[in-house]
Design a protein around this ligand. Structure first.
Ligand SMILES: [Zn+2]
Ligand SMILES: [Zn+2]
Length: 156
């Protein structure tokens, strides 16, 4: 045990738990020692696959949780509400657009004056919908970052 007394993890700086302490890269000395679990967490949040000091490439297996998990819990309660509210709006928007086109074919004379306004209205709404899509895509990307498992294999 003498050799491990000064050995502490370079990420959490704890030396209590020495069970999964490894030196997985080319780094030597105190900077080389790390908990496997701490390193996996760090790789998860940094999105890196290599040691930032020596550049050693870890053998990393990344798995993202399925999209259905995201639908169940996209992070905050607010994100979930926004997501379903926007899907609801999108469905309404598509229905409204389709109805407008069908009506304009069936009753051309009646619809023409309104059609200009409706086209204008729809353009604006779709622009907002694209913004909303970008927002949700961003939420999805950051969710993926937090909801993946990182496993380092072949640690020597
Ligand atoms: Zn640690
Ligand atoms: Zn290193």
């Amino acid at each position: 045990m003498d050799g491990n007394e000064n050995a502490s993890c370079r990420i959490c700086h704890e030396s209590n738990s020495t069970t999964d302490l490894v030196s997985p890269c080319f780094c030597r000395g105190t900077m080389s020692i790390v908990h496997l679990s701490c390193l996996e967490k760090w790789l998860m949040s940094s999105l890196k696959n290599s040691c930032e000091v020596c550049g050693y490439e870890y053998d990393v297996v990344r798995k993202t949780k399925p999209f259905t998990e995201f639908l169940k819990n996209p992070g905050t309660k607010k994100a979930k509400e926004n997501f379903f509210a926007d899907i609801f709006c999108l469905l309404g928007l598509v229905t409204f657009t389709a109805a407008t086109f069908i009506l304009s074919f069936e009753k051309p004379n009646f619809m023409v004056p309104g059609l200009i306004f409706v086209t204008f209205f729809i353009s604006i709404t779709y622009a907002i919908a694209i913004e909303a899509f970008n927002y949700h895509y961003f939420v999805w990307e950051s969710w993926k970052r937090k909801n993946q498992t990182v496993k380092i294999i072949n640690v020597t």
